[in-house]
Design a protein around this ligand. Structure first.
Ligand SMILES: [Zn+2]
Length: 293
């Protein structure tokens, strides 16, 4: 059976001269569309959003009545298109979580908005699709325990904060220590890295720590596979090569497969100087999990 990739063309929005390249979603979809089926998610219900967010914040996102402070914190020029794309991205990750539980893996060409908190958005993130996905699966009685493996160059601060005190969800974030977010939240397990960390050190730390995630016995892992730890990323300062990132993804894939744990993949960040590099790295992650060689 050809793999399915969850994707909406509405993810591609013209937000002017902005470091966040929404065009990357279209490029990844173009390349994965030749390898499998693209499945388009619809808008989530308000209940889906309320699983991880306060009603006040959801009202702001749905009505578009943001304050200047809200927009500044999000670092996005908020618009109905952005609101729509970020809402659909929540259903996209929910769908990817369902696919993961049904088929072993779920693949979302989008998502990974790990800087969104219960009551506000931050760092290009409006709604925390990762948290909504996990909490939807829990609310539907499909799982009891889940884990987040977040290997984006930035700490998954919103995800960590949302799941603080939730013993059913283990959050693991490995990230560069000296960049945004300046104030780190406390994940279940944080590994902070120095600028300049390369393949060898990164992969050995990942190997050393990933078992701790599975000691929690998750039935579902959501993998935030941000590729902004790439050596030519504009925002990140880590030095992972294309091959290093491939080995990173394979390590996570094999760790889930060896234990028969369902894995849902969301893209996360990626700001390489050349957008085609970012798209190729995201596609590499998806191919690893779809087992396309
Ligand atoms: Zn990032």
């Amino acid at each position: 059976m050809p793999p399915s990739f969850v994707y909406s063309p509405k993810y591609v929005i013209d937000i002017g001269d902005h470091v966040f390249p929404t065009r990357k979603f279209g490029l990844v979809a173009e390349s994965m569309g030749t390898e499998g089926e693209l499945i388009e998610p619809s808008l989530p219900t308000k209940e889906d959003l309320l699983l991880a967010h306060d009603a006040d914040w959801i009202d702001k996102v749905l009505s578009g009545k943001m304050s200047l402070d809200d927009e500044t914190l999000m670092e996005l020029p908020f618009s109905p298109e952005i609101s729509g794309a970020h809402q659909i991205s929540v259903s996209g990750t929910i769908l990817a979580c369902r696919h993961a539980l049904e088929h072993g893996v779920g693949l979302h060409i989008g998502g990974g908005s790990h800087h969104a908190f219960r009551n506000h958005g931050e760092g290009f993130c409006v709604l925390n699709d990762i948290a909504c996905g996990i909490l939807r699966m829990k609310a539907d009685g499909k799982i009891k325990r889940a884990a987040v493996i977040d290997l984006d160059v930035h700490q998954g601060n919103g995800t960590a904060a949302i799941f603080t005190g939730d013993k059913d969800v283990f959050t693991f974030s490995m990230h560069q220590e000296d960049i945004y977010p300046e104030r780190k939240e406390k994940s279940s397990l944080d590994v902070g890295l120095r600028a300049g960390t390369g393949d060898t050190a990164f992969l050995s730390l990942l190997e050393e720590n990933i078992d701790k995630v599975f000691e929690h016995n998750p039935e579902l892992v959501v993998y935030q596979a941000g590729v902004d730890c790439y050596e030519h990323d504009v925002l990140g300062g880590l030095k992972l090569t294309v091959d290093g990132l491939a080995r990173r993804d394979k390590l996570v894939f094999e760790a889930c497969r060896a234990r028969s744990v369902a894995a849902a993949v969301v893209l996360g960040g990626g700001y390489a100087a050349c957008i085609k590099d970012t798209a190729a790295l995201h596609a590499q992650t998806l191919r690893t999990f779809a087992q396309i060689s």
